[in-house]
Design a protein around this ligand. Structure first.
Ligand code: NI
Length: 392
């Protein structure tokens, strides 16, 4: 089967590069992927999949029904939204939409989804079960997966695969990680209410700026003294606002931040722990406060068996040197984790690094991929889909 998959994928490669360049030239922002999804629906229909549009607002679902007797359904999720970034690349297929760019490689992801569908549709007679392709919108704002699930995209699905390109891994290689791949990312908003007064007479006021400084310091110190150092936590307050004039004591400060964690225990405890510290500091100095802790996306935790399938598919297809076992998780976030509330899954990293050029990071205006990765990704995904019915 591997030889057939490689053969078909190789034949489709020029077409897939065309598809990827088309998507790259026409990027659309999260939740507004109207042309992208219409284009994807067209490609899927032309290879015989049953296609549903407007699943999860602008998402697309294509289903390939296998002819075998295994009734399980394997989902393959690829995202397709772009970023509000002005592209700084000189390409024949540069972004035609000013201020919008496929700077996170979701053009490649969607191409891999379509490519895998194209390859497997040629082999559906020997496909043991069903494969459902989820083309997800709005990953960059961490809402698309939720929309897709709410619209029933995961109904009847038994397992799910996802992929993200990675510029620090060379093209033709695949990055694999067992267990945690990305972190949970929650949002934090703190309001501190003091009492205004003259800058010369602090004892007659309650200085919200000084108390905010104590809150920030206490939170950062408490992480190192009260949290298990083997369970990483990152708390970054990226926004702070307060005060009106140099000589007026501020009565009100708001702070907003992001909280990242990898371990389920930290994930569960963080809201209460943060609330206790902020309340404690504010009470000590007579201020009132409000802590708003909002859950974002949980950590992506890869299933062992499904990860093993990707690893062995990569080794067989491309050799042992093409596998990079990733030693560390990332504290970045990915809403692929939302699907994992329902079923086991695995997300792998696809190398897109150029051997002889600077590899700019994801979300950079000069981010660019080595397109050789497309063949690697399609063959790996299509072959893993086959192996799923034998191994899982
Ligand atoms: Ni991305």
């Amino acid at each position: 089967m591997l030889a057939e998959i490689k053969d078909i994928a190789q034949k489709f490669t020029p077409r897939l590069i065309e598809i990827r360049r088309h998507l790259h030239a026409h990027p659309e922002l999260s939740g507004k992927e109207h042309q992208t999804s219409a284009y994807i629906a067209g490609v899927l229909s032309s290879c015989g999949l049953s296609v549903k549009e407007a699943v999860g607002k602008t998402g697309v679902v294509g289903e390939l029904v296998g002819k075998g007797s295994d009734r399980r359904t394997l989902a393959i999720r690829t995202d397709m939204d772009a970023l509000p970034i002005q592209e700084h690349l000189e390409l024949d297929f540069a972004s035609a939409n000013p201020g919008i760019m496929h700077a996170c490689g979701h053009d490649v992801h969607a191409t891999l989804g379509m490519g895998t569908a194209m390859v497997l549709s040629q082999l559906s007679d020997s496909l043991p079960g069903n494969v459902r392709f989820l083309f997800q919108p709005a990953e960059e704002i961490a809402l698309g997966a939720k929309w897709m699930v709410q619209d029933g995209a995961m109904n009847g699905v038994n397992a799910i695969y996802g992929v993200h390109v990675f510029p620090s891994i060379p093209a033709r290689c695949v990055g694999i990680r067992y267990g945690a791949l990305t972190s949970a990312a929650d949002e934090l908003e703190i309001l501190i209410q003091g009492e205004s007064g003259h800058g010369a007479r602090p004892h007659q006021a309650i200085d919200a700026i000084w108390i905010a400084a104590q809150v920030i310091t206490s939170l950062q110190q408490a992480i190192s003294r009260t949290q298990n150092p083997l369970h990483p936590i990152v708390l970054s307050l990226g926004q702070i606002e307060g005060g009106r004039a140099p000589n007026i004591i501020a009565d009100r400060v708001t702070m907003k931040g992001t909280v990242r964690s990898l371990h389920p225990e930290s994930y569960d405890n963080l809201p209460q722990w943060i609330n206790n510290i902020v309340q404690g500091v504010c009470q000590t100095y007579g201020a009132k406060c409000q802590v708003d802790y909002r859950r974002g996306v949980p950590s992506v935790h890869n299933d062992d068996t499904l990860t093993q399938i990707i690893e062995s598919a990569t080794r067989e297809a491309w050799g042992d040197n093409s596998v990079q076992i990733l030693p560390e998780p990332s504290l970045g976030a990915e809403d692929f984790s939302v699907y994992l509330d329902n079923v086991p899954g695995c997300m792998f990293r696809l190398g897109v690094g150029h051997g002889n050029k600077i590899n700019y990071p994801l979300h950079h205006p000069k981010f660019e991929v080595d397109e050789d990765a497309i063949l690697t990704g399609v063959v790996t995904m299509a072959y893993a889909a086959y192996k799923y019915w034998q191994m899982a």
